[in-house]
Design a protein around this ligand. Structure first.
Ligand SMILES: CC(C)(COP(=O)(O)OP(=O)(O)OC[C@H]1O[C@@H](n2cnc3c(N)ncnc32)[C@H](O)[C@@H]1OP(=O)(O)O)[C@@H](O)C(=O)NCCC(=O)NCCS
Length: 152
């Protein structure tokens, strides 16, 4: 995975980049996940079994994205979260763009229907809302919105 430098205003003058995530990032990922109840809550080490990327702003891991291949030319975003203090600074957009750049095919994801911010993020990047999956989420119970992106 090539590292990419996103637009990032996370800390004045601090450089941000997106790079592959690894074991050394798991503590930061766990903290971001704990602070993000809207995100799926996985045992952090499980992400190492998938494609994992992190956004690093200054010396901090500010966010992460995990995805997997589900079929030829088809991938799925498993989880995405940004630390609350780094939100609305382009970090998630940079993570998703880094994932989409150079990928040819179709990407699917599910997002809680109440998660307006994430739905806006994905729509702003070209994802379409396909369908509602009733009863998809628990704690609290809620439909999932299935979203799809197709590369040009
Ligand atoms: C959703 C989330 C990942 C967005 O991360 P972020 O780094 O703040 O997002 P960005 O700054 O890259 O936002 C890009 C665009 O997405 C949209 N967006 C992001 N957060 C939004 C919000 N809370 N409300 C409305 N639109 C939002 C906007 O269009 C935004 O562009 P703008 O800031 O120029 O208006 C973050 O809020 C988060 O971690 N939430 C908890 C976990 C979660 O919901 N994960 C999604 C699982 S599918």
């Amino acid at each position: 995975m090539a590292t990419t430098r996103p637009r990032c205003r996370a800390e004045a003058g601090a450089a941000c980049l997106v790079r592959r995530g690894g074991e050394a990032d798991l503590a930061a990922i766990a903290a971001i996940q704990s602070a993000s109840p809207q995100a799926a809550q996985w045992p952090p080490a499980d992400y190492l079994s998938y494609d994992l990327r992190v956004a690093v702003c200054g010396d901090r891991v500010a966010g992460f994205l995990a995805d997997r291949q589900v079929a030829g030319g088809e991938r799925e975003i498993l989880n995405l979260a940004v630390a609350p203090e780094f939100r609305r600074r382009g970090v998630a957009r940079a993570l998703v763009r880094s994932f989409l750049d150079g990928f040819h095919g179709v990407v699917f994801l599910e997002v809680r229907s109440s998660n307006a911010g994430a739905r806006e993020l994905y729509k702003s990047l070209g994802f379409q809302e396909l369908a509602l999956r009733h009863g998809y989420y628990d704690f609290p119970p809620e439909p999932g919105v299935v979203m799809k992106f197709r590369s040009c």
